[in-house]
Design a binder for this molecule. Structure first.
Ligand code: NIG
Ligand code: FE
Length: 430
C-alpha cells in the first residue's frame, strides 16, 4: 500500500479546511463493537493537514491551520462533512458483461435461484468472463473502479470466481492486481474458485475424473499462493453448491498455504456455514441473512467479523435481511459491503448500502458509518493505513455534499461526494 502512495503524491503538502464535521472514527486500532460502533469522534469546524499523502494533523481549524506552511495547497470543504474513504469489504470487482436480462426475468417473478438452476446466474457470467481477454477484463475493471471512487470508496476487497478454471481464475486475479496498480482504487485480492461448480463438472455432463474440489485444492490454490495473487480464500458455502464438508476441505487447504479465510455463509440456507467460519477462525463470514442465534454466538466466540450485504437482499427482491441488531447487541464487529456483482448486487455505492442498513436492518447512521470504514478496514487487515482519519494514516478522504454525517444514508440513491482524495491526491470528478 505504501509503494502506491509514494508514486501518487504530486503536491507535498495539502490542507483540507472549512469542514463542518470531520468524522474521524479515531479510536482503538481494532474493530469497534457494541456501543463503540456509535462513537465517531467528530471534530467540528475542523481541518486536516497532509504531507506526502499521509495525515500529519487533524483537529479544529484554529489548531491545524497554523501548522500549514505557506506553500500548502488549500482544499476548501465549503462547510461540508468529511469522512474517511469507504472501505468495501466484499466485491466481485472483475467480470465480463452484465445480467440485465435476468433482472428483467426477476422483475417478472422468477427467483434468483430458479434462474441459476436453469443455467443462468453465476454460470452465465462465467461463460462471458472465460472468453474475455485479460486486457478486456482490466478495461472493465478500471471502469468499475471509477464507479467505486465516484461514490467515495477508496479501498475494496476484490474476489475472483467467474473463471472456474485454473487459467481463467489466475487471469481474473492478475486483472485485480492491474486495476489496483493502474487506478487510485486500492484492491485487496481474494481467491473464490469455489464460487460455483462449473458446467463441465456438473452431473449433466457425465464428467468422470477428479472432482472440481480436487482441482481447486491440487492445482488452483497452490498456484494462487505461489504467485501471491490473493490474500484471502473464500467459498460460496450453500447446500446445492459447496456443502459444509466441501468448504471445510477447501478452506483448510487454503489456510495451510497461508491464506486467510472469508466465507459466503447462510445466504439462502442456515446450513452450518457460519459455524464452519467460526470453527476455522475465518476473518469474516459474509451474507448471514439466514443465520440463527447459535451461529451468531459462534461467530462472537471465534472473533469472526460478519460482513452484511443488504444490497444483494434488495436487488434479488428478498425481504429477509441479516439480523444486524442481534449481531451488534451480541458484540460482533459488523461490516457493511456492497457485494458488487452482476447478478445479486449491481451497485458500487456504499452510501446506498448504508441507507439500506439503516432503513431495513435498523442500524443507526453512526453504526453504518463505522461498519463501512474502520470495521471494514479491520476485516481486511488494512486498518493501520485506512479506515479512520488519524495522524500517520493514508489521506483517503471524502468530502460529502452535506453538513451532517447522518445525511449520507438519508439522501439515498443519487448523492455523490463533492471531493475524493486518495493518498492526498484530489480525483477528477466525472
Ligand atoms: O455474493 N452468492 C454468491 N455470489 C454472489 C452472487 C454472484 C452472482 O450472482 O453473480 C453473492 O451474492
Ligand atoms: Fe458475494
Amino acid at each position: 500500500m505504501s509503494s502506491k502512495l509514494e508514486t501518487a503524491a504530486t503536491v507535498s503538502e495539502r490542507l483540507l479546511t472549512n469542514c463542518s464535521q470531520i468524522v474521524t472514527l479515531s479510536g482503538p486500532s481494532r474493530p469497534r463493537v457494541g456501543a463503540e460502533m456509535r462513537e465517531l469522534s467528530i471534530v467540528r469546524d475542523g481541518a486536516i493537514l497532509m504531507h506526502f499523502g499521509r495525515i500529519v494533523a487533524v483537529g479544529p481549524r484554529s489548531e491545524v491551520e497554523p501548522l500549514a506552511s505557506r506553500d500548502a495547497e488549500i482544499v476548501d470543504a465549503a462547510g461540508q462533512v468529511v469522512t474517511p474513504g469507504f472501505v468495501d469489504g466484499h466485491t466481485h470487482l472483475i467480470f465480463a458483461g452484465n445480467r440485465a436480462d435476468e433482472f428483467e426475468l426477476r422483475c417478472a417473478g422468477m427467483t434468483y435461484q430458479q434462474i441459476s438452476e436453469q443455467g443462468g446466474g453465476i454460470r452465465s457470467t462465467v461463460r462471458k468472463t472465460r472468453t474475455a481477454t485479460e486486457g478486456e477484463l482490466v478495461d472493465t475493471g478500471r471502469k468499475h473502479a471509477q464507479w467505486f471512487l465516484r461514490n467515495g470508496t477508496t479501498t475494496v476487497e476484490a474476489k475472483s470466481g467467474y473463471g472456474l478454471t485454473l487459467e481463467s481464475e489466475l487471469k481474473i486475479l492478475r486483472a485485480v492486481r492491474s486495476v489496483s496498480e493502474q487506478t487510485p482504487l486500492r484492491c485487496v485480492p481474494t481467491f473464490l474458485g469455489a464460487h460455483e461448480v462449473p458446467e463441465e463438472y456438473s452431473s449433466d455432463y457425465h464428467y468422470e475424473g477428479p472432482s472440481y474440489v480436487e482441482l481447486i485444492i491440487r492445482e488452483m490454490l497452490p498456484a494462487v499462493a505461489q504467485q501471491r495473487l490473493a490474500r484471502y480464500c473464500d467459498v460460496f458455502c450453500e447446500p446445492k453448491v459447496f456443502s459444509v464438508g466441501m468448504a471445510r476441505q477447501i478452506l483448510t487447504a487454503a489456510k495451510a498455504l497461508g491464506l486467510e479465510l472469508r466465507v459466503h455463509a447462510d445466504q439462502f440456507t442456515c446450513s452450518g456455514a457460519a459455524l464452519l467460519a467460526a470453527e476455522l477462525g475465518a476473518k469474516t463470514a459474509d451474507h448471514l441473512e439466514q443465520s440463527d442465534s447459535v451461529s451468531i454466538a459462534a461467530l462472537k466466540a471465534a472473533g469472526v467479523q460478519p460482513v452484511l450485504l443488504p444490497g444483494s437482499v434488495y436487488a434479488i427482491g428478498s425481504q429477509k435481511y441479516a439480523p444486524a441488531r442481534a449481531m451488534i447487541e451480541a458484540g460482533l464487529a459488523v461490516v457493511l459491503a456492497t457485494d458488487f456483482n452482476p447478478g445479486s448486487s449491481p451497485t458500487a455505492s456504499m452510501p446506498m448500502v448504508m441507507s439500506l442498513a439503516c432503513t431495513q436492518m435498523k442500524m443507526t447512521p453512526a453504526e453504518a458509518l463505522t461498519a463501512a470504514t474502520i470495521n471494514a478496514a479491520c476485516s481486511l487487515d488494512v486498518q493501520h493505513d485506512v479506515g479512520s482519519l488519524d495522524v500517520g494514516k493514508v489521506a483517503d478522504i471524502v468530502v460529502h455534499e452535506a453538513e451532517d454525517y447522518r445525511e449520507i444514508p438519508y439522501w439515498f440513491g443519487g448523492q455523490r461526494p463533492a471531493v475524493v482524495l486518495v493518498g492526498g491526491e484530489r480525483l477528477a470528478q466525472a
